[in-house]
Structure formats: structure tokens, C-alpha cells
Write a protein that binds this ligand. Sequence first.
Ligand code: B12
Length: 849
Amino acid sequence: REALATRVVVADGAMGTMLQAQDPSLDDFQQLEGCNEILNVTRPDIVRSVHEAYFSVGVDCVETNTFGANHSALAEYDIPERVHELSEAGARVAREAADEFTAGDGRPRWVLGSMGPGTKLPTLGHAPYITLRDAYQRNAEGLVAGGADALLVETTQDLLQTKAAVLGARRGLDVLGVDLPVIVSVTVETTGTMLLGSEIGAALTALEPLGIDMIGLNCATGPAEMSEHLRYLARNARIPLSCMPNAGLPVLGKDGAHYPLTAPELADAQEIFVREYGLSLVGGCCGTTPEHLRQVVERVRGVTPPERDPRPEPGAASLYQAVPFRQDTSYLAIGERTNANGSKKFREAMLEGRWDDCVETAREQIREGAHMLDLCVDYVGRDGVADMEELAGRFATASTLPIVLDSTEVEVIRAGLEKLGGRAVINSVNYEDGDGPDSRFARVSGLAREHGAALIALTIDEEGQARTPEKKVEIAERLIGDLTGNWGIRESDILIDTLTFTICTGQEESRGDGIATIEAIRELKRRHPDVQTTLGLSNISFGLNPAARILLNSVFLDECVKAGLDSAIVHASKILPIARFDEEQVTTALDLVYDRRREGYDPLQKLMQLFEGATAKSLKAGKAEELAALPLEERLKRRIVDGEKNGLEADLDSALVDRPALDIVNETLLDGMKVVGELFGSGQMQLPFVLQSAEVMKSAVAHLEPHMEKSDSEGKGTIVLATVRGDVHDIGKNLVDIILSNNGYNVVNLGIKQPVSAILEAAEEHRADVIGMSGLLVKSTVIMKENLQELNQRGLAARFPVILGGAALTRAYVEQDLHEIYEGEVRYARDAFEGLHLMDALIAVKRGV
Ligand code: B12
């Protein structure tokens, strides 16, 4: 640990090919050809010679020959019972080699106990999590018994398998009472994600809270493709980093595949990584040889890695992506429909075993703009564990959003955690039955810690639910102190729910409940800015009719967000922007929330009158009439702002009679989008409605596109166009596509969230003249800068001029700051037309006109 914290440690390179080179016989393999781990007992001399070859070029540590000493790999040879034996033998051979070299010159050498991925992907149901975890425990125990100094969970492709290995390793260490570092090395494919689609951010979010000591990358690609992921880790990971690339991407030649990266190239890459990203452990993987590692040792020995200043972002993760708990300009919406208690539709589907329909409810919420999904299967008389296994297993791959596991039963939560590779949130703990060793609080908190889950904690204690602000804050303080102090959970991973009760019963004692919740949130955020707050929102309006509930829920949420609320469990599309209600309705709802009764005025009575007989449908019909009364141009703009598609095409056709299609886009529709942006930015419009506006905008542009002028010229040049990594905004980029395509350019539109490796691959493949990147988030401006650095690093700057666009950029940032960094041509386009002019100019230069 100390070495990893203070200097660069160098590990070895490829093992398998080196073993094969010595041509072991079928007897050596005990007739199980290709089972390399057998050689640890039959031919330790061969295995040892590989270790020695690496130690003699100066590496500090070697990996044991135990990549396949796990359940699924050995089960392929029908010898799963030999996990411990072969692990121990492998570690022992490496230990002996290491000790011999240390004895020679006194320099410490270490043994990394390799825990490979096996051949099964538990997320896809290939093998049960528990079977894998328990076999990894034996794997770890064997490695420790044989003398390993650290456990290396490596080449992982499935986050659930990774978790099984880490938890198995941890259990093994606990049983043996030893404390060794656990290192995780994930494998990111050329696609830019792990095999099952996990982005590096999802991997970090899911794995770091498991208490691992180091995270890094190995295998699948050479160093070039790893660079952007390492950059992400350097910026976000709190723990040290490692990197063990292949010797490039294999090239198929007449003698089979060979790895093209030379030893000096690997040494170059590792030196840059150590200096730029502060790596602590470097080595090689497939195709790297002792010569590669000799040069790496020479190059990085003596280099002190720079101090990193990571900015971790607390959050949860699905299998695919990380979602931060703090959402810019919005609250984190936890979808409440996948709850057997809250949604009749979901419950019935679950009771009838219509699992696909359950998944469809999840998908609906994803489309509606939720950020996470609450999953609750609790229903009297059902086997909750079986239901949770079924649904969490399906959601694990079907949901792009992280899951909030919601149950009163500890075993149901456990069943969910054992199906999800990403990072879940557990809903919830409280002190209802105290905090003793067998309390629900202790058992659930223990699960959260073991699985690295975040935790919703309710302000309920042995005396019951807290109703006053003081009591709510007092219990919250107890929860925070307990969870951080006794259970090792970070403050930023605790979501305190200060509880909501209905304020709609008319009973005197419930009148102040809304205020109490708001005040508790405000005080809690003042005391603990890092803690997250959440609410089961819809309780507030229980008892009102559905139309009135939408109003009260929306208004109450808005007030809570102003007081510092970070997240809420809601039906996302039923929270309306405050601007969509009448002023009188909003004032009455606010009076109800803040209990502003006066002589002869009770806001509760008034609200019920206002909504008497009203249904969501009748309110919508009223809105449609209002819209129809507006002049055409206003109406089109309003359609964008309100996300109202009904009748859109007819309106656009009428507008086309007088004006060209492009003018309609530029002068009317984009004006509407601007209003949406302002409402959104000032917190007055929630995400699901921005999404609706965006859909209307897209439909409008699609309808107008055939009416746009097209130039006759063709093949003027090629641009590869993409929205950068982590950013989903594509309306502007798609407009650029239309304008450039209509003007004779060949546009390769890659879509959203594109990693730089995908952009560069497409640029090479299509022999692009120019690369165009779009990004609307402030974060994206940083990604663009990193992408340009990546182009520099790969020596591609001279070949590809770059045009950047999107609302978060400024001309000065691109033309001064980025211009200074980029070794090629980089330009800023305020809009699609400037993009067209720049394209003309850049192509003219390229063609030498
Ligand atoms: C619509 C929208 C969404 C939609 C996107 C739907 C879609 N398919 O695109 C949805 C609802 C999904 C969304 C989500 C989010 N959004 Co949003 N969104 C917007 C909004 C309101 C409008 C964007 C838009 O389409 N404008 C119209 C188009 C035509 O304009 P444009 O993109 O700028 O493009 C023009 C030029 O810039 C230029 N251009 C753009 N790219 C390129 C590229 C090249 C090569 C060239 C030549 C030119 C060019 O040409 C275009 C046409 O002339 C903006 C507000 C705003 N002011 O931009 C916020 C906004 C961008 N979003 C914002 C935020 C915060 C988010 C979320 C993080 C919210 C959340 N908490 O979940 C998520 C982000 C998720 C993610 N990972 O990306 C913030 C960003 C602020 C920040 N600090 O980073 C903004 C600015 C809102 C605000 N005022 O706070 N959003």
C-alpha cells in the first residue's frame, strides 16, 4: 500500500502466450488441454520461468498464474472443486520467485493474486451471483494462503461479476483475518464501454464504494484507446489508478494475429499516463513481453506521479451509466410507478406475472425523464424475494437508470442487490425498531456497506414519525452520525427523507406538516450541505382529486427545492411547471402549504372549490382552446414551449404558405426553445416538459426539412458530427446536419454521447475533412478540451480541423483557450450557418483553393 501511494509500481506483462511458448504436453495439463492453472501443480518450473523472465527485467511485481482459477472457468473443465488448490499453488510459485529476487538485491518484490473474470456473465443470468461470489472467496483464500501480497480482480467485463469477485475477496480476507489491498481492473472495449455497455463512470460509481484500494484498466485495447477513460478516472476517482494495456489492437497477418505496439511505444504511453494521470501501477497485458516491460521500467522508475485533485461526483449507477444525486437546474426525479403499492397497473402486471409489462412501466418512466427508478415488489402474501429476483434481474439490463430498491424486508433488498451490477440506492432505513444488532436498521445498513449502495434514511425513531422540524432534524442528525461513524457510509451517499404527510384532511394538527417538512430540509441542508435530501412527495396531497393533486404536488415540490431538496420520489410527468397553472390556483396552493388561513378563508376549501369536478382531461381541453385562439406565429412558439404536438403539422403547413422553412425554424421555433431554456434554467420548468418541448421541436424540424432549399452540388467534403461524451442534446447538432447536407456536404452523424475514440474512428473510416463536435453542458466544454488533447496526443491534429458548437461554449473560450491548446485548426460556430461558412472555408484551404 505504501509503495502504491508513493511511487510508480511496475507489474509484468502477458502470461498465457509465454506459457504456451514452452509447449506443455497434454500430460502437463492432466489431459485438460489449455487449462493453464493446472501447470501450477504439474509444471511449476514453467510458470516460475515466466515470473523470472519478468523479474529479471526489473518489474516490482508479477501476477499469479490463476486467471482461470475461478468457478466458471474451472467448471468448463469439470474441476470447479480445485479453485482453492490451484489458486494457492499459483501464488506459491510466484511467491518463491519474488522472494528469491528480493533475497538477491534486497529490493521488495510483490505478488498480485490474479482473480480473472471466468466465462459467465451473471448480469445476463449465465450463473448465479452467490455461486460466483463464494468461489471467488475460495480463490482469494487460496491466493492468500500461497503468499499473495494483494488481490487483483482483473479483466472484468460485467459489473455484477466484478462485484461478486470483490465481495468474495473481501469475505476471504475477513475469514483469514488479513488486510491486503484489493485492486480492480476493468476492461473497456474498443466501443468505449465494457462488454455489457458500462461506461467507465458507471464502473467507478459502482466499484469505488465497495472499499477497493485501486481501480484501473487492462486488456481489450492498447494504451491509445484507454487514454480517455484513464483521464476520467484521474478526474473522478478518490483511489489510486492502474493501467495494463495490450500491445495495441491485434493486426491480422498471414501468420495469424499479432500485436503491433513496440516496446518503446508502450513505454512512451505509460510514461505519459503516469505524468498526466498520476498512475500508481503500470504493466502490460496481451502481447506485451519482458522487453516491453524492461523499457517501461526504465522509463517510469524514478518518476514521481503528480498529486491528483479528484472531483468525485456522488451518485448511483445503472449497468450503463452513472447518475449524479445533484442535478443541474433540476431535482433528481425518482420514478414511483414501478411500485406494487403505489401503482395499480404495475401491481396487477406483477401479480399476473406479466413481467414484460412491468418492464414497460419502467421504460415509460425513463422516457418521461426520471433519473432513477424506485422498485418495490412488497405485496401481502407474495414471495417478495422471488418477485425481486425476477424484476431486478430484468431491470438490471432493461433500465438505463439506476434502481432504488424499496422494501421493508431485508431479504428482498438483498435479492435486488445480488442482481444489480450498477450502484443501487436502498429505500430505506429508520429507527422504528431501534438500532440494536438485530434491528432492521443494522441489517440494512450492513447490506448497504457490503454492496456499496447509497441509502435513503427516514426521520422515524422508536417513538414514531417525526412531525416537527426540530424532531426531524434531531433524528436526521442521529442517522447521519450513526451511518457515517458506525457503518462507514459517506455523508454524500445518505439521502435523508424528512417525511411528508397530507395537509388535505382538514384536521388541525396536520395543517403545519408542509411547513415542518420545508423547514427541516432547510435546516438540514444548512448543517450538512453534503447530505442529500429526498421526499416521497405525493403524500402531501392525499385526499384531493387527481387534478388538484397535480397542482399541490408541483407547488410543494417547488417550495421544497427552493429550501434545498435534492431529489423526490414522483411520477415525473405529473409534476407541472408552475407557469402552467393559473395564478389563483398557485396562490391558493401556496396558502395551503404555508397554512395562511384567515377569517372566512380556508385555502383547503378554496382549492377544492377551484377543482370541483375538474379532471386532467377537462383542464387539457381548456388549454387547447386557449392555444387555438393565438395568432399563427405565437401559436407555433407556444407549441414548442408547451410541448403540444396535436395540430402541429397543420400549423406548420399554414406557416409555409408565407415563409420559407428555414425562417420558421430560425425565427419562430428557436425562439420557443429559447423560452424553454430560460424557464428550465431558472427552475420553473421540469425536465419531462423540456423533453416534450424537444420532441415537438424535432417533429417540427422533420416536417419542415423536405421544404428546405437544397443545393445541387454534391460531395463537397465530409464532416463527422457528434455530440460529445456524456451529453444528450442533439437538436442543434441535427440542425447542423440538415443545413450542411442540404448544401452538398457529406455528413456522418454519429449521434449523442460519443466518446472521442468513436469520433476518431469514424473520422478515419470516412476520411473526414473536418470533425464537428456539439455540446450544451458546461461539462461538455471540458470534454471538448480533452478531446482536442487526445487528438494532439494521437498525432491527428494536423489532419483534422475541428468545428465546435453548442450553447455552453463562448467564442473566446474556443478561439483563445482551445486554440492555444490544439495543435491543429479549431473554430467556433455560433449557429448552423456559421458552421456552413466555416466548412466552406476549411474545405477551400484543404483543397488548396
Ligand atoms: C432541450 C433541452 C434538453 C433536452 C434535450 C433533448 C434533445 N434531444 O436534444 C433534455 C430534456 C433531454 C435535456 C436534458 C438535460 N439538460 Co438540457 N436543455 C435543453 C434546452 C432547453 C434547449 C437545447 C436546444 O435544443 N436548443 C436549440 C438548439 C437548436 O440550439 P443549440 O443546441 O445551441 O444549437 C445551435 C448552435 O449552438 C449551433 N451548434 C450546436 N452544436 C453545434 C455543432 C457544430 C459542429 C456546429 C457547427 C454548430 C452547432 O447550431 C445550432 C443551430 O443553430 C437547453 C437550454 C439552452 N439554452 O440551450 C437546456 C440546457 C442545455 N440543459 C441543461 C441541463 C442542465 C440539462 C440536464 C443536465 C438536466 C438534468 N438535470 O437532467 C440534462 C442533461 C442530460 C445530459 N447528460 O446531457 C442546461 C445546461 C447548463 C449546464 N450547466 O451545463 C441548459 C443550458 C438549460 C439551463 N438553462 O440550465 N435538455
